[in-house]
Structure formats: structure tokens, C-alpha cells
Design a protein. Sequence first.
Length: 262
Amino acid sequence: MARNKPPTALSIAGSDSGGGAGIQADLKAFARCGVHGMTAITAITAQNTVGVEAVEAISPRIIVAQVRAVAGDIGVDAVKIGMLGTAETVDAVVEALGFVGDAPVVIDPVMVAESGAVLLADEARAALVERLLPLTAVATPNIPEARVLTGLGEGASQEELARAVVALGPRAAVVTGGHSEELVDVFFDGEQVVEIPGDRHPDGAAHGSGCTHSSALAAYLASGEEPLEAARKAREIASAAVGAGLRGIGVGPGPVDVFGLG
């Protein structure tokens, strides 16, 4: 008897050799949400819990080929986009999205690693805003990323940032609250503003939390959830993963743990 095909989600992102963020975190989040994960790697990083030692971009041709290969054979129910790095990579991803049909796209605009390494060049940020955000179902910047994308200053509220992000083209935005005292995510879809609260985990480990959140959101979209409900469930997954975060993995910030390995 043939089994029903599980939902599928594709991560277009960079590789974290330490396993805490990037495609490694994305695949774990997909699996945690009951979705088959696939990848199109945009860059290879040499990194650990201390920092990023080197980054090498994957050629645009291979990025497109990866997406074309999995879309043509397996099919894609949702896409999560993470680290892009260069304008050439952004252009390749825009081209590659032509192979995924109407699959919803979630973009986590990764700009700076937790260690401080810059992961998105200025010209790539402009390309992301102009060419990629208009193709996006949900954008999930944190507060600093939303300020950079929108040009709004320190005084802008999360709601103002969410509205300004949606004005750039995505159908919805979740401005995550990990960099705020309230730890509230703010969702806006052009009509409703919804606050999504979360728990504080002062002893947790947060490396990969943004990747986990955006990937879980994409996974729930792949499973047929509406964006707001997907955002709520993704917050639960990411928050629990931070609370269970692994300690003693390297000497720097530990990775989140979606499976309760610790």
C-alpha cells in the first residue's frame, strides 16, 4: 500500500559546520515539525560556537541547479530562505524560485552572525529588498534586522517595523522579539497586528534560534497552516528549543535543541 507523501520544505541557506544554525538547524526544525526537509546550499561557512572563520559562496549556477533538482523530482510545499551573502546569490535565488510554483516563501534576512561576522553585503541587502521580498509570504527579521531593512531608527516600535517591512513587499511579517525586554513577536499581514508572547529562558542557548523559528514557520505553512497560526506554532518551537538549548557544546554560545537531546 502506498503511503501518503509527507509535506516538504526546502531550505535555501548557508551551511554551519558547527551544526547550530543554517541548514543544519533548518533540517532539524523541519523534522521536529513532521516535514521532509531539503536543501539548496548558498554558502559554506567554517564556524564553531566561537565564531565564523571563513565563508565561501556557492556559485549561482549550482544554487539554481539544487533547487531545480529537488523541485522537479520531489516537489516543494514551502521554502525557507536564510543566509544569502551576495547580490549574485540573491539573483540566483530569485531565478530558482521560478521552479517551486506557488509554494509559500519564508525569508529570514540573516545579516550578522551571533559572533558579529557580517553575512550580508550592502549590495545584497538592496537586492534582497528590491527583488526578493516582493516574492515572500512571510519575512521574519529580528528587531535590528527590521531597522536595517526599513531604515527606521531606534525609536520605532515593533509594530511600526512590522508595518514597514510589509510595505517592502512581503504579504506578512513577524518581527521577532528576542532583542527586546518583552520577548514578544509582532505579526502583521496588512490587516491585523497580533502580539505573540514567548517565555524568557535566561539559562537557555540561543544559537540558531532565528533559523529554527523561520524554518518551523515554513514547515507549518507546508502543512497547510495559515501564516498567523504558523507564526504562533513556530514561536512555541523556537522558545522551547532555546529553553532546552545544549550546554557544553564548544566554549561559545550553545545551539538550540529542538529534540531534547540535552
